[in-house]
Design a protein around this ligand. Structure first.
Ligand SMILES: [Cu+2]
Length: 431
């Protein structure tokens, strides 16, 4: 287990640092494959070691294998692993402290043993204080591949996304395979770990003071990053007339509405259970509730239904909050389906719209770049878009205007009194 962007008594900065988008470093916890070396690149560069990142790595096993999963708790809180949807025995294996096992305390380990009889796209997550620990990032894909002869599965897919070595079962029907893990971050929970390094204070803040029913997500990620970093790491690259297998997991507390532009994929499994071929639905928005998984067949046949043809097609959650980063769009879990002839030498898409460069700056997500970026070279709309009304200048302006208004009122009052006196005097002289 590892902490990202947390508080350390030894460092002024959060450590190890991990950016989900330019300049954005929320606190998070992950299940990480055991490795050697330091958590940071070196003593000076506090960037997280490449194996320590969001999401918790997708785990792949084969149906019918005897699997031993050892949780080593190197963290400061108790945790467990719940193997959600995976065939496993109850006793000492379900990860629920209230029913099946003791929590794994800091410094302890727990051995999970299973032999899944059923293949499918499942998940794993911590079942201690789930409302907080799952949202901190202790969740990942757990994929049970079909049992096939001479099959070697890729045990960890660090960073998720493209599976480098798909299983034999997948390759029978597909050319390639992608893991797609959607997550959200509520900074009022996640950034608590940046306020203290005392586990007693953090336990109180996270499990007693923080209330998820008052919370809402600020950041939305696909495979551990938000736009524009998704464009570097989570592109789905395709060729015409190919079948690509997508495995989606919704790890957010809300419904997501997966929407690929230019394509209508077919659902082949829900929650690791195959859909009867006659009932396979083809659509352009797939809803996934929390913890739900779907397997999709993305078929790039240019027939106006499966695909509208080659290009750079956006892929995003159509629940609009999820295409923002702290309310700023474009952001969130936006990615792309890119046909290979549209890839440039940096393995990013050749786009025909506005330049993507402004989105790669921290200033964009601090609201300092106008919404229209370089489409407004003369800055016609720049001032309004870029100005924050709460700046000192605006506050002073409001105070000065208020004082001037007061002076005008006083003058009007004096004028009225003067006129009244004059009228009284004139009527007094007449009588
Ligand atoms: Cu936990």
């Amino acid at each position: 287990m590892a902490e990202l962007n947390g508080r350390s008594p030894d460092e002024a900065e959060f450590v190890p640092t991990y950016e989900i988008a330019p300049g954005i470093k929320p606190g998070a916890w992950v299940f990480a494959p055991k490795s050697r070396g330091m958590a940071t690149v070196n003593r000076e560069d506090l960037t997280a070691n490449r194996l320590l990142r969001l999401p918790s790595a997708p785990i792949r096993v084969e149906q019918g294998d005897n699997i031993t999963l050892i949780l080593e708790n190197t963290h400061y809180f108790p945790h467990t692993i719940h193997l959600h949807g995976v065939d496993h025995a109850f006793s000492n294996n379900d990860g629920v402290p209230q029913t099946s096992e003791r929590m794994t305390m800091p410094g302890e380990q727990h051995v999970y043993q299973l032999k899944p009889r059923h293949a499918g796209t499942m998940m794993y997550h911590c079942h201690v204080q789930v409302q907080a620990h799952m949202m901190m990032g202790l969740q990942g894909l757990f994929i049970v591949e079909e049992n096939k002869p001479n099959n070697w599965v890729q045990t960890f897919n660090v960073g998720a996304g493209k599976v480098r070595a798909p299983s034999k079962g997948v390759l029978e029907d597909y050319v390639q395979e992608y893991d797609m893990h959607y997550q959200g971050i509520d900074t009022s929970l996640n950034n608590l770990i940046q306020t203290s390094n005392d586990p007693r204070q953090l336990a109180k803040k996270m499990h007693r003071i923080y209330d998820i029913t008052d919370g809402s997500d600020d950041y939305f990620m696909l495979n551990g990053r938000s736009f524009p970093y998704t464009l570097r790491e989570s592109l789905i690259t395709v060729e015409p007339n190919q079948h690509t297998k997508l495995r989606l997991l919704n790890g957010t507390p809300d419904v997501i509405a997966f929407h690929p532009h230019g394509h209508k994929p077919t659902v082949t499994a829900y929650d690791g259970v195959e859909v009867n071929p006659a009932n396979r639905i083809q659509r352009d928005v797939f809803t996934l509730s929390s913890a739900q998984r779907i397997d999709l067949d993305l078929y790039t046949k240019d027939d106006g239904l499966n695909s509208y043809g080659e290009g750079v097609w956006l892929v995003h959650d159509h629940a609009e909050r999820a295409i923002t980063t702290n309310g700023i769009n474009p952001g969130g879990n936006v990615s792309q389906i890119v046909y290979r002839k549209y890839l440039n030498k940096n393995a990013m898409a050749k786009v025909e719209g506005v330049s993507l460069m402004p989105y790669f700056t921290p200033e964009y997500y601090q609201g300092e770049v106008p919404s229209w970026t370089e489409s407004d070279p003369y800055g016609y709309w720049a001032d309004v878009a870029g100005r924050d009304v709460s700046t000192l200048k605006d506050v002073l302006l409001i105070i000065v205007l208020g004082m001037l208004f007061g002076v005008v009122l006083l003058l009007l009052k004096a004028l009225y009194a003067c006129l009244q006196g004059l009228i009284n005097k004139m009527t007094g002289e007449q009588s």
